[in-house]
Each structure stands twice: as C-alpha cells, then as structure tokens.
Design a protein around this ligand. Structure first.
Ligand code: ZN
Length: 423
C-alpha cells in the first residue's frame, strides 16, 4: 500500500457516499434479482487515498473486487459516478466472481517483464489481456433491466470480435493485440493488488453455495421467460452433475497439499511454548514450507492425441491451483517406464516422451523418490493402467482420469476430468 492510503470499513465513507453505495447495491439487486445473493455477499472496504500528496495512486473507478468477495470503494469514485453506473459495476464485478475468472486465468502468472510494469501499473500484459477478455464475456451477457454499459466497459464489437464467446476464446483472439489497461481487481486473475487486504475473505464452500443459489435463480428466471442469454450456459454448468470438475480437481490438490504440509509440520516443527501457541493461537501458515507437487503424465500409446493435449492443458491448471509452489513443480512422463523428471513453469515447455505400454506404478515410484520429496503427486491418465496395491510412501495422490471407463486406485483421490463439448 502506498504511503498516505488507508484501508477502512464502511465507517470510512462520508454519509453521502455511504448512502450512494447502499442505493447502488439495492438498485443492482432490483435490476438483476437473480444476482441478489451474490450482490449481498460482497463485503465493502474503503480505500481512502485522501492522505496522498498529488494524484491518488490507485484507479478504483471500476469498484474492483478481490477473490475473497471484497469490493474496494474509493469515496471520490462514489462521488463521481451516478447510482446506475455504480450498480452496473457491482453487477459486472459479481459476474467476475461467479464465473471464476481468477481460477480460469490462463496467463503464466509470472511477474511483469521489464518495462511492462510501466505500461500497465505493475501488472503483466497477460493480466491485462485476460481482464479485457473476461470483461467481454460478461458485458455481452448483461441483460439486466435498466443496466447500461458505461462507455469504458469494453464490448467485443469495439475490438471487432463476435459476441457470446467465452473469455478463453477472446484471450486467444487478443494475442499480440493492443488492449486498454483496465483493472477489475484480483477476482479476474488471482494476482494480489497493492490496495487489497491480506485478511482471508469468503472461503470456497461459501462461494460454492452462492454460485448454486444464483444458478438456481437464473434457471427460474429463464423458465419464466424473464431473461435470456449467456447466463443460461453458466447456470447449466454450475447445476449439472459433472459441474466444476476443474474446481474439484484444484481443491483436491490444495487439500492434499494442506494435509501433507500440515502433517510434516506438526511432526517436525512443534511450536515453541513461548510463542503464540501458549496463548492458544497457532499460525500454521508462518511455518508452512512451499507446497511441492509432482505431476505424472501418462504418455502411453493408449492416450489419444487430444487426451494428451488436454492433460498438458491441465498441468497449467495444477500450477495455478497450488500457486506459490510453481518453482517446485516436477513433471514425469511415463509409459511402461518413467522418464527423467522435468522442471517446468509452463506446460508448453514440456518435452513429451513415451508412446509404449502402460505402467504408471513406475511413474509413481519415480515421483515419490524425488528429493526434496513432493507433498502431492498428481497423475493425469486415461486410467487404462495397472495400479500398485499400495500408495507410495509419503505424498498424497490425486488422479485426474481423462476417460470415463478409466480406473483409479482406492487409495487415491479420483477426479473425473470431463470436458465433453467444452470449448
Ligand atoms: Zn471487469
């Protein structure tokens, strides 16, 4: 946070701004009633930049949100905008959250390259391009009563692109093109912003409930003919039984890491009696090592070309799911034997080896022998392989199965990876 900037609760808003915020939220919920649950879940925080000499360092004109469902209010911005425009941005921002743009961020996640920081205010070109892509996915779907798009909310037609694409499609189409340096906050790409709080926000289970509730209301509205358009596809995905496998996959990996890291810590690092533990406060995150993840990719002949491509795509998803451990990521290709571990930051850099028969037991063994030992092994396979009777000693195992007929062993967490018809 820049000097002179303060983060406070709503009490930090002057009465006029406070009324405007409340009115805008009510206005948004009345224009888009199916989003009411999500709009009410937003936790407002006030970013007071009045103590700064000169220009305020942060542009919060889009009422940016973070991944924990906090919305950041700048009193000057509230003063500037009328109630419907503030309402529009609230609807826009909950759409980023509901559609999990942060979890879908396809960028490398690397910090800005030299020179990029000046262009985009310390954000990478990937972050900016994804923000614009996600905005276009949202904007052409916003059919909510009186909600009108402010001119600075980009529409596909302004960049000569078709309507109704997913953000991922816009992202590819925008490669190498110049885009406006907009910023909707870390809810778009999971990269923390300087003005954001480090306190934990809404957790995964709560946001999952909000998503389902909104999806149910969208479906009701659709059935009653009260709305049309792009939210239908989203609601269908949330409510269908094979919903969110990517989220399940990511959370299985995160849980595996948390389990394994927790176990290691409490075995080897007993908190000192004189530290916070004596007062009943334990701060496990202070002593957590970086999560170490190894990925075993089935490269046997039974894997079809598109399954292999999909498995590669998921490697980036795994990288995102564990965040900080990127440098600790090893990938082992395995057919009937395990090939040398590769250290990669991006799946596109991976050298694929294999093409023979299948024995993933070899890959599991090789991965569990890596030093330092991984906390979690992620296996990507069609599941047509013999599995060892016992799990490897030490790491948790998460198996992403790419074929509905494929098997996974009982000692592993199995996630069915089913993208039938997606993209
Ligand atoms: Zn946005």
């Amino acid at each position: 946070m820049e000097p002179g900037v303060r983060l406070t609760g709503l009490e930090g808003l002057p009465p006029d701004a406070s009324q405007k915020w409340a009115a805008a939220r009510v206005w948004a919920a009345s224009q888009a009633p199916y989003l009411a649950t999500a709009l009410l879940a937003l936790q407002p925080l006030v970013v007071d930049q009045s103590g700064v000499d000169g220009d305020p360092p942060y542009d919060l004109s889009r009422l940016p949100v973070d991944r924990g469902w906090r919305v950041y209010l700048d009193p000057y911005v509230l003063d500037d905008l009328d109630v419907p425009t503030i309402g529009y941005w609230l609807v826009h921002q909950v759409a980023h959250l509901l559609r999990d743009h942060a979890g879908r961020f396809p960028g490398s996640g690397a910090p800005p390259a030299e020179g990029e920081g000046d262009l985009f205010g310390r954000r990478s070109a990937d972050s900016v391009r994804w923000n614009v892509s996600a905005d276009m996915e949202i904007n052409d779907d916003l059919e909510a009563g009186e909600v009108k798009l402010p001119p600075e909310a980009p529409l596909p037609e302004q960049l000569e692109l078709p309507d109704s694409w997913l953000a991922e499609q816009y992202w590819h189409a925008l490669e190498g093109r110049e885009v406006p340096a907009v910023d909707c906050g870390s809810a778009t790409d999971a990269r923390p912003r300087d003005w954001e709080t480090h306190q934990p926000g809404l957790d995964g289970p709560s946001t999952g409930l909000i998503r389902r509730e909104v999806a149910r209301r969208v479906k009701e509205a659709l059935e009653a003919g009260r709305m049309t358009g792009g939210w239908a596809r989203w609601a269908e995905e949330v409510l269908s039984p094979k919903e969110n496998w990517r989220q399940q996959f990511a959370s299985a990996i995160r849980r595996g890491v948390a389990d394994a890291v927790g176990r290691v810590d409490f075995t080897y690092e007993r908190p000192s009696r004189r530290s916070g533990a004596a007062q009943g406060v334990i701060l496990p995150s202070m002593r957590q090592p970086l999560p170490r993840v190894a990925i075993v990719i089935d490269t046997s002949a039974s894997m079809r070309q598109e399954q292999l491509a999909q498995a590669l795509g998921e490697v980036n998803g795994v990288v995102r799911a564990v965040g900080v451990g990127r440098r600790e990521l090893h990938v082992i290709c395995c057919d009937e034997r395990a090939y040398d571990a590769q250290r990669v930051l991006d799946a596109r850099a991976l050298r694929l080896e294999g093409g023979g028969g299948t024995d993933l037991g070899e890959g599991l063994r090789a991965a569990s022998e890596l030093r330092p030992r991984p906390h979690v092994l992620v296996v990507l396979t069609d599941g047509h392989t013999p599995w060892p009777d016992r799990p490897p000693a030490g790491p948790r195992v998460v198996v992403g199965v790419l074929d509905a007929d494929g098997s996974a062993p009982g000692w592993a967490k199995r996630v069915m990876i089913d993208t039938g018809g997606e993209k």
